[in-house]
Design a protein around this ligand. Structure first.
Ligand code: NAI
Ligand code: MG
Length: 360
């Protein structure tokens, strides 16, 4: 009998509650095909309903409760009619990211069959890379302040924080990932021409880390031309590593270049496994289509594949993606409306599960 993985499941709000069951459907199929156990428990906090009942997004004991799990499988949080977005986000997801030291934000950027890229003439295979974003420090520090408010001398300062520990650990993660891929190519996002202290430091740490990875080809671009190259030459990239702010921008731009937001997944990862990592689709709760049963479940299913990879179930993770690609390649009515079809969340989720069972 294989390993047992303990998973906390948090559907959240809106279409989160519709796509999470489709993720669980494929996870269950994967567990029985690849002989491992999934021991999961659902939590209904981190949602507008919970907030309405309790006045908070999370209960007091959330940290100890979730810390017992190997991973967190998350839907989406946010229902702006009931809870302001800064409260729902800061009160839940951002707490998880900080307290569980999920310092890697990992987003695959891959053009799947059956999906039209907004970049003209691009085919599956042309776009297949990862954005690795530093998720805890950098430009998003709260060090700084305001003085002379309301006067002519009004002054605001917010500092960028780069620690050697923080920079080296994200670089190591990105180099390891690049080394594990056929192209073994790492691109660093910088701006050392304009930001003259922190970014030259980042470049210097990239050079130092590269010494440990002789087989990885390294290049770097300033963030301005790098964004242009994502659009003009997406085939140039394999693993792109970036500070918090640059990574935030690149990790939305990248998936946007591969079509619908409904398919994009992400991992918030603590690589040392000291704390649980969290896997979720890139999209939010989509209030405009929530309750209609037409949300695209592929982002959630792909997140399930990333979670399996993290849990060491590499073959199962790959088989999930093969099933997704096979179903999307058939296209037509099997697809949800955002991809041009007429399918519901459930029928597409079920099609992926059936394909998975046929393949395995
Ligand atoms: P959104 O991602 O929820 O929706 C943007 C647009 O994409 C909408 O038109 C929606 O219908 C469409 N869309 C999103 N996912 C889809 C799917 N799976 N299938 C088909 N269409 C899909 O972003 P929006 O509208 O800016 O935010 C709505 C709420 O979600 C807000 O409360 C926001 O704070 C929250 N949010 C939460 C995130 C998270 O939990 N990580 C991430 C982004 C937003
Ligand atoms: Mg963002």
């Amino acid at each position: 009998m294989g390993a047992t993985h303990r998973i906390a499941v948090i559907p959240g709000d809106g279409i989160g509650t519709e796509v999470v069951p489709e993720g669980l459907r494929i996870l269950e199929a994967a567990a029985s095909a690849f002989d491992f156990q999934l021991d999961y428990e659902q939590f209904h906090y981190a949602s507008a309903d919970y907030y309405t009942k309790t006045g908070t997004m999370l209960p007091d004991g959330w940290f100890d409760q979730l810390n017992r799990f190997d991973s967190i499988f998350f839907g989406a949080v946010g229902w702006p009619d009931v809870v302001p977005d800064h409260i729902s986000l800061w009160g839940s997801l951002l707490q998880f990211r900080r307290h569980f030291d999920q310092y890697v934000s990992l987003r695959p950027v891959k053009l799947l069959p059956g999906i039209t890229s907004p970049l003209a003439g691009r085919e599956p295979g042309d776009v297949d890379f990862y954005v690795v974003r530093e998720n805890t420090e950098g430009e998003y520090s709260s060090i700084g302040g305001k003085i002379f408010e309301g006067t002519d001398r009004e002054t605001v300062i917010q500092e960028t924080v780069m620690t050697r520990t923080g920079v080296d650990r994200i670089l190591k993660y990105a180099f390891d990932l690049a080394q594990s891929r056929p192209k073994k190519h790492l691109t660093s996002a910088t701006k050392s021409n304009g930001i003259s202290i922190s970014m030259p430091y980042w470049d210097q740490r990239v050079e130092a880390m590269a010494q440990n990875f002789a087989d990885v080809a390294v290049d770097k671009y300033h963030i301005d031309i790098l964004t242009a190259n994502f659009v003009l030459h997406p085939d140039w990239f394999d693993v792109v590593v970036a500070s918090n702010l640059f990574g935030d921008i690149l990790s939305d731009l990248g998936p946007a270049c591969t079509g619908t937001i409904g398919v994009a997944p992400s991992g918030n990862i603590n690589p040392e496994r000291k704390f649980p990592s969290l896997f979720e689709p890139v999209h939010g709760s989509a209030p405009d289509i929530a309750g209609k049963g037409i949300a695209n479940p592929i982002g959630q299913i792909w997140s399930a594949s990333m979670m399996l990879e993290h849990l060491g179930e590499t073959e199962a993770a790959a088989a999930v993606m093969t099933a997704v690609e096979d179903v999307l390649a058939v296209g037509g009515d099997t697809l949800t409306p955002d991809m041009g079809g007429t399918a519901t969340t459930k029928t597409l989720g079920e099609a992926v599960r059936r394909q998975f069972e046929t393949n395995t």
